[in-house]
Every structure is written in structure tokens, then in C-alpha cells.
Design a protein around this ligand. Structure first.
Ligand code: GLC
Ligand code: CA
Length: 578
């Protein structure tokens, strides 16, 4: 049996594993990473084949998207067995081998756990459907019809339909915060809490090193289920009655006491709708809850509040404000995980950079950005190649992910909106942009599969692929390796303070990082045009004694010391100040 890395003999009750803050996490969306048997679906043996690549990248942990048995309507976020591997992904032996091999390479494995809901195919739900007295009925949340004979209240799910689905045979509605086939578990029921704790313990006994806890802050609901006044809101109205709900802290502490604290592990909570106070409550070490909250605000920077499919253009000032809140204003002992992209959003080079004319430069600049921010960075597979959105999607039939399909259906079929407009929104933002297969080489299957891929491969694999970047010293991939190495060698880049510089500048993003006796200045041009910048006098003085650790242009680096300087589009500079 494989054991966790860095096992400490007797972890103290409620102790927080601070060393985990320095991790660099690589998200593997298993389905799209590497297919070992030609069925078009990525799998565990496919990951085993790529261990050298993962190790060379330098990341310290991989987070696997859910690999549990699942009907895969939401690709594993609809679990039908928390202790079983989906046969599409492989066997338990494959899993054990993967874990062992990662550990041999000093790379940790973070599992996903989906505690808020199961699949409607889960045996618990099938039992629950059998009748009101079934012992599993109370594993889920059931209510009679509301006064008008319709759903118990007016909440909408994250797919935009009612949060309640009627079950004819037993005459009641059940709650689903996500799709109707993802019924919410009833966390008020101690048996449910114990089931999830047992499932986590099962994986921890195998030696996994941590969890990403899916939708961690929605487990506790206001069980009186009041109507919401957010009637304009399309997805997730009623959220205020279950985000950071009444018993959430008790539930998380129970998890920690009963299971997390018994292993030297690390927990990352996925949470939207959190403010700094909430994150402090979840992650201050003395509270004994989670190790970090994953910050998703940057990836949602373009979303309109009432309808996440409508986009507003973003501005650098907004990105700076988000980062200031999470990297400077947050209590220094609380902690966040940082991601710019993940499997639920578009590719970062396509929304924060320029994936056409300046693709390579902007992908590199964003690499430097992500890897010099405070917090624990999470990198999505393919980002290290500068993989882009799937601009070749052009019809609704190209889309596989359920939220986009549900939105299209709701707006076009139920609300009669213009199909062109809705299609445009969906093509711009669907979650499949980040789920197209990894581009390993320029073969027809991109080196991902020898069969028919489950999702179409981006035709830009001919220019953007790992093989071509491996040996090119100036590739995005090699820049990632370099900046990851720098972060690993200098804990101050993970743990140090964050102090913005030139906050009013519209295109230049600059900040200082300081800690562990080190001080860094990072200067980034977020614009596709050359931009002038003048650093404050005192910093220019310091630059005289500085060394440029990772810079896009050595001459400009020197010019920055002298005075007003014009920076190339997406230029980046990481200075190690004396
Ligand atoms: C999280 C996951 C997402 C999933 C949803 C429901 O947001 O990241 O992929 O669809 O939860 O489980
Ligand atoms: Ca396969």
C-alpha cells in the first residue's frame, strides 16, 4: 500500500499542513489527458504513460478530475459509487499503480470529492425513490408541492431550471442545485455525513495526499426553503440560502476531526460567492476546517451576475482589484488557491491574453503572472502549452457539456429567444473550451488517441503541441518549466506578501512580493500594444542592484531602471531585488 508523502508520525488534532501551501498543482482532466487504449477517452494508464512529462514540468501535485463510477452526464461530478473507479478510466489496480508511481517521483495526488450531490443512478437514490419510508429516503431532500401546486419554492438550479424535480410515484419534489440527475444529499442527516467521511477515508487509506472538495460551501441549506427575491437571476437563484449556510462550519470541522486530521493531507475547497471573511472562517488554521479556498473570481471576470452566459469586457483595473482583495486584504494567515482557468471555464490565454497574434507571448506572460502570485497555483492541463479555446466550435452539436446545452434549450425552446444570439453566447463560453484533448503532437489524434476522440481535437494542434515545444528553448512549455522551478526554489514566491505598484496604470500590472528575506518585483504588460511605463524612483534605485530572474527582454529590463520605457506587448519581468 502506498503511503502519503511527508507523513508526519502523529498529526496533531486539527493541525493544518502549512507546507502544503507551497504546492504547485496541475489539474488533470482525465477524460482529455491521454487515452491508452484507443477508445477515445483519456484514462489512468494514459496518465501513467505521461509521468515523465508531469515530473519534468516540475509541478508538485496533480489533482485528478473525478474518476469515480458515474454515468458521466456531468463527467464524474455525478457519482454513482464513491469507492469505485469508472471502468472507462481503468481499474483499481491502475489507480494504485498510478499513485505509487507519482509518489516515487515525489508528486502528490489530490482526489476530487463531490459531497453535495450524487448521481440519480447512485444506489442510495434508487432506494430513496422506492418510498417515503425507505431508509435512504432521508439521504436526499424531499418536500411536498408549494401552495400553488408547483415546486416547493422559486429557486433555480445552476442549469437554469427549477431546483426541484417532481417524483410522480411518491408525490414529492427533491432538491437539485445542479442538474435534475444530480440530487442534493441531505447533510442534516448524520448518516450522510458519515458516508462521505467513510468514502474520503477509503481513499486516504490508499495513500492519496488530499482532496479538492467540489462545491464545498453549499452543503448546508436553510431548511425552511424560503422563496428568493432574485427573480431576474437565471442560474442559481436562492443561492444566498445555501452558500456558506447555517451549519457549514460544523460539517467541515466534523470532516476534519474524523478524517482529515488523521492523515498528513491537504484540502482545497471549491467555493463561489465567498468574501474575505468567509475565506478566513474556512481557512484560518486555528479554526480547523479547510486548508484553502479555490478563488474563482478571476476566471469569472467577464460573467454578468444575473446570467453567467452574458459577457462584459474585462478591464485590468478589475483584475487588480480582485487580486488586491485576495492577496493583500485577506487575513495573512488565511489561504487561497489560485486558478485562472480550470475545467469549468474558458482557456486563460483566450480571455486574459491574445490567442491570435500574440498567443505565445501572452501565454508566457500569464504563466509568469500565475506563478508569481501569492497562494497555491492550480494549472490546467494544456495551459503549459498555451492551448487555446476551441474557436472551431460552430454549432450546438459541437458542445458536450450539460450547462451550455441546458442554457441553449432553456433560452431558445422555453423562452423563445433568438437562437443566433444564444448560440453566440454559448460558443463563446462553454466549458468544453478547456476540455478539448491534450495536444501531444501533430498526429491526427494529437497523440491523445488512436481512435475517435470523445470531444473534437483543436485543429491548431499542428502549431501548438508538446512534441514541438519540448526542444524549443523559447517555447511556452519551457518557460513554464523555468518559472515553476523558480517558484519551487523560492518559497517567498508562494508565501510572501503581495504589494501592488502602479495601481492606476491601465495596461501594466506590477507588484512586489516579499518574505523569507527575499524581495521581488514583477512587471507585466497586459496589453497587445507597446506600453510606456515609469517605475517609481525608489524602485528604480533598487533595480540597480537587481537581477532579472525571468525576463522577456534583457535590454528593456535595464531600461526600466533608467526611466520611462516602452514595453513590448505582453512583456514580462521578474526581478530579484537585493
Ligand atoms: C463544480 C465542478 C463542475 C461541476 C459542478 C457540479 O463546480 O467544478 O464541473 O459541474 O461542481 O458538481
Ligand atoms: Ca481510454
Amino acid at each position: 500500500m502506498s503511503k502519503q508523502l511527508d507523513a508526519v508520525s502523529a498529526p496533531k488534532q486539527l493541525q493544518s499542513n502549512m507546507h502544503w501551501r507551497e504546492n504547485i498543482v496541475y489539474e488533470i482532466y482525465v477524460r482529455s489527458f491521454n487515452d491508452s487504449n484507443g477508445d477515445g477517452v483519456g484514462d489512468l494508464r494514459g496518465i501513467i504513460e505521461k509521468l515523465d512529462y508531469i515530473q519534468d514540468l516540475g509541478v508538485t501535485a496533480v489533482w485528478l478530475s473525478p474518476i469515480f463510477a458515474s454515468p458521466n452526464r456531468d463527467y464524474g461530478y455525478d457519482v454513482s459509487d464513491y469507492k469505485g473507479i469508472d471502468p472507462e478510466y481503468g481499474s483499481m489496480d491502475d489507480f494504485d499503480e498510478l499513485l505509487e508511481a507519482l509518489h516515487e517521483r515525489g508528486v502528490r495526488l489530490v482526489m476530487e470529492i463531490v459531497p453535495n450531490h450524487t448521481s440519480s443512478d447512485h444506489p442510495w437514490f434508487r432506494e430513496a425513490l422506492k418510498g417515503k419510508d425507505n431508509p435512504y429516503r432521508d439521504y436526499y431532500i424531499w418536500r411536498p408541492a408549494g401552495e400553488d401546486g408547483g415546486p416547493p419554492n422559486n429557486w433555480t438550479s445552476f442549469l437554469g431550471d427549477s431546483s426541484w424535480k417532481y417524483h410522480e410515484e411518491t408525490g414529492e419534489y427533491y432538491l437539485h442545485t445542479y442538474a435534475w440527475h444530480q440530487p442534493d444529499l441531505n447533510w442534516e442527516n448524520p448518516k450522510v455525513r458519515q458516508e462521505i467521511i467513510d468514502a474520503m477515508d477509503f481513499w486516504l487509506q490508499k495513500g492519496v495526499d488530499g482532496f479538492r472538495i467540489d462545491t464545498a460551501n453549499v452543503l448546508s441549506k436553510d431548511m425552511s426553503f424560503p422563496d428568493t427575491d432574485e427573480t431576474e437571476r437565471i442560474q442559481g437563484s436562492g443561492e444566498k440560502y445555501y452558500k456558506n449556510g447555517p451549519h457549514i462550519h460544523e460539517y467541515l470541522r466534523e470532516m476534519r476531526e474524523k478524517v482529515f486530521s488523521r492523515y498528513p493531507i491537504f484540502t482545497m475547497g471549491e467555493s463561489s460567492q465567498v468574501e474575505t471573511e468567509d475565506v478566513e472562517d474556512y481557512t484560518l488554521p486555528e479554526r480547523g476546517e479547510l486548508d484553502l479556498i479555490l478563488m474563482i473570481e478571476a476566471s469569472k471576470i467577464c460573467d454578468e451576475p444575473d446570467d453567467m452566459w452574458k459577457s462584459d469586457p474585462w478591464e485590468l483595473s478589475h483584475l487588480k482589484a480582485i487580486m488586491r482583495k485576495w492577496l493583500k486584504d485577506l487575513h495573512p494567515d488565511a489561504w487561497i488557491g489560485m486558478y485562472l482557468s480550470n475545467h469549468d471555464h474558458v482557456r486563460m490565454v483566450s480571455y486574459l491574453g491574445d490567442d491570435l497574434e500574440h498567443r505565445e507571448e501572452s501565454a508566457k506572460m500569464l504563466a509568469v503572472f500565475l506563478m508569481t502570485l501569492r497562494g497555491t497555483p492550480n494549472l490546467l492541463q494544456g495551459e503549459e502549452l498555451g492551448m487555446t479555446n476551441a474557436h472551431f466550435f460552430n454549432s450546438i452539436d459541437d458542445i458536450k457539456e450539460q450547462q451550455a446545452l441546458a442554457y441553449y434549450k432553456l433560452m431558445v425552446e422555453k423562452r423563445g429567444e433568438d437562437p443566433e444570439t444564444i448560440l453566440r453566447r454559448v460558443l463563446q463560453k462553454n466549458r468544453d473550451h478547456s476540455r478539448t484533448p491534450m495536444q501531444w503532437n501533430a498526429d491526427p489524434g494529437a497523440g491523445f488517441t488512436t481512435g475517435t476522440p470523445w470531444q473534437r481535437i483543436n485543429p491548431n494542434k499542428d502549431e501548438i503541441n508538446a512534441r514541438q515545444q519540448e526542444d524549443d528553448p523559447n517555447s511556452v512549455l519551457n518557460l513554464y518549466r523555468e518559472i515553476i522551478r523558480l517558484r519551487r526554489d523560492h518559497p517567498s514566491l508562494s508565501l510572501g506578501t503581495y504589494e501592488p505598484v502602479l495601481e492606476e496604470h491601465k495596461h501594466i500590472y506590477a507588484y512586489l512580493r516579499e518574505g523569507e528575506g527575499e524581495r521581488w518585483l514583477i512587471v507585466l504588460n497586459f496589453s497587445k500594444t507597446p506600453t510606456e511605463v515609469l517605475l517609481p524612483d525608489d524602485l528604480r534605485g533598487e533595480l540597480a542592484r537587481a537581477e532579472c530572474a525571468v525576463c522577456s527582454d534583457g535590454e528593456r529590463a535595464e531600461a526600466l531602471e533608467r526611466g520611462m520605457t516602452e514595453l513590448d506587448p505582453y512583456a514580462y519581468f521578474v526581478f530579484r531585488l537585493a
